[in-house]
Structure formats: structure tokens, C-alpha cells
Design a protein around this ligand. Structure first.
Ligand SMILES: Nc1nc2c(ncn2[C@@H]2O[C@H](COP(=O)(O)OP(=O)(O)OP(=O)(O)O)[C@@H](O)[C@H]2O)c(=O)[nH]1
Ligand SMILES: [Mg+2]
Length: 254
């Protein structure tokens, strides 16, 4: 039995989170060889996000850090218990039915699987976002020698030690870059599989091209400066102490 923790960062996503969890529960029911926990990290939402998550059987964890996709995901990773971590968005842009293929790609030696919208297409791509993604992914390639087509997609599957083996500092969307850099430092391969992105199905988009584009670029330069030469995780003491995070309600599936 493979154990998988699915972490969904959500801020005021009551319009779409139910769609995400409905699809996810259907896909989970068709994967008998896996045990799943679904964790929704509610971040100071002022709408019904947390109640909707609970109504679909997800664990709800409060982000006690300052608001941000990065802090929310870190809080979710810390609250999770299984050896494989999955992150996907709460705006119904990611397709739950792609999860089996993403998990199958996490083979020996692979530490991180990224869903590529460049390969799979996106209904949400404006020219600016597409260009920005290609430019940032290429810059990451120059800085880390690992060329990816879509480094920024929030649909990722990775091994727990890619998180527990390192101290994370990202607060916002740039955590996408930090995860890739640490997977490489963990001596793992990073692979991409085709992933087709739907347009956000409701609610407000939280990312801004200029603000988060700049944060992505700075994080890429910082990780490039630090270098991504593999470190031996065995020797490395886990840099984070998993702290008991208050879980509002728990019911793991299966
Ligand atoms: N908890 C939490 N979640 C956030 C925050 N900002 C964004 N998110 C979540 O992160 C996901 C992606 O945010 P979006 O607003 O869809 O960003 P986007 O521009 O579509 O970016 P991508 O989907 O990553 O291309 C959604 O599920 C958001 O709810 C935050 O500050 N806190
Ligand atoms: Mg989105």
C-alpha cells in the first residue's frame, strides 16, 4: 500500500474547492492500492472554504504563519504524515484525474514530478503568463542546469524527504522554485508529465504577474547562487522538527 498526502492551499476558494474535492474523492476511490489523506490549508479565509473542505472529508489545517501560498503549503507539509506529498490548487485548474499518472512517474531515483502545461496546454495562459513561465523556467535552467518546460505549475508530486531534508523559507508562490532546487540537492531526478490546466472556475486569482514574477526571479537567482549540488540526505539531520499542528477535524480516507 502506498501512502499519499494531498495538500491543497486555499484562500477564499468556496466557489471551487467543492469541485476539486468531489473529483479528487472519485479518483481516490478508484485507486485501491493507495492510502490517502487530503489536507486543506485554510489561510485566513473569510468565506466557507474550511466548512466546504470538511464537508468533503478533508482535514482542515489553519495557516498560523503570515498569509501566503508558500507558508500555507509549508504548514500543510508539516501537518502531513505520508511518504509521498502531492500539491494542487483549490481553484479547479488542476485535473484530479491526472493524479494516477503523476504518481506513477515517481519511480526510483525520481524525487519530484511536475505537471507541464507547456506539454498539456492551459486554458488560463495569457501571452504574458506563458512568456513569463517560459522565461522563468529557462532562467532556472541556466542557474541549475536542469531545464524544465513548466517549473511554476502548482501541480507537483514529490518524496517527503524533499521537504523534511531542508529548511524552507518561501512565503509565497516562489516555493515552486525552492521545491525544485531541494529535489536536485536531494540527488533526485526531476521529471515532467503532461498536464492540461483548466481556467480558474471561480473566486479571485491571488497571484500577480509583476509581484510574484519578481519573487520567482529573485528566488531562482538565490537558489542558483546557493547551488544545487546533491547533498547526502542520510547524513543531513532533518532540518525541521515536525510540530503537532492543530487539526480542526480529521478523517483520513481508507
Ligand atoms: N492558503 C493560501 N492559499 C493561497 C494563497 N495564495 C494563493 N493560494 C492558493 O494557491 C492556489 C493558486 O493560486 P491562484 O490564485 O490560482 O494562482 P494562479 O495565478 O492561478 O497561479 P497558478 O495556478 O499557480 O498558475 C489556489 O488554490 C489559491 O487558493 C495564500 O496566501 N494562502
Ligand atoms: Mg490558479
Amino acid at each position: 500500500m502506498k501512502n499519499v498526502s494531498i495538500i491543497i492551499p486555499a484562500q477564499n476558494e468556496e466557489e471551487t474547492l467543492g469541485l476539486v474535492l468531489e473529483d479528487l474523492n472519485k479518483v481516490i476511490d478508484e485507486m485501491p492500492n493507495y492510502r490517502f489523506e487530503v489536507i486543506c490549508v485554510d489561510d485566513h479565509s473569510t468565506d466557507g472554504t474550511a466548512n466546504i473542505a470538511r464537508s468533503y472529508g478533508a482535514k482542515v489545517v489553519e495557516n498560523l504563519r503570515k498569509p501566503g501560498k508558500g507558508t500555507a503549503l509549508r504548514t500543510g507539509f508539516e501537518a502531513s504524515q505520508y511518504e509521498t506529498l502531492v500539491m494542487l490548487d483549490a481553484d479547479y485548474s488542476h485535473r484530479a484525474e491526472e493524479l494516477p499518472r503523476m504518481l506513477n512517474a515517481l519511480t526510483d531515483g525520481v524525487g519530484l514530478v511536475i505537471g507541464s502545461r507547456v506539454v498539456g496546454g492551459s486554458e488560463e495562459y495569457t501571452h504574458v503568463r506563458a512568456l513569463g513561465n517560459v522565461f522563468l523556467s529557462a532562467t532556472l535552467g541556466v542557474c541549475t542546469r536542469r531545464y524544465l518546460s513548466d517549473a511554476l505549475n502548482g501541480f507537483k508530486v514529490f518524496r517527503r524527504e524533499v521537504f523534511t531534508g531542508f529548511k524552507y523559507t518561501s512565503n509565497a508562490f516562489e516555493i515552486e522554485i525552492e521545491i525544485i532546487a531541494n529535489a536536485l540537492r536531494g540527488g533526485f531526478r526531476v521529471v515532467e508529465v503532461s498536464s492540461s490546466e483548466r481556467a480558474r472556475a471561480g473566486g479571485e486569482m491571488k497571484s500577480s504577474v509583476v509581484k510574484h514574477g519578481t519573487r520567482f526571479l529573485l528566488r531562482i537567482f538565490w537558489e542558483g547562487l546557493r547551488g544545487v549540488k546533491p547533498v547526502n540526505l542520510e547524513e543531513k539531520k532533518p532540518s525541521i522538527k515536525l510540530r503537532k499542528i492543530p487539526v480542526a477535524e480529521t478523517r483520513s480516507r481508507k
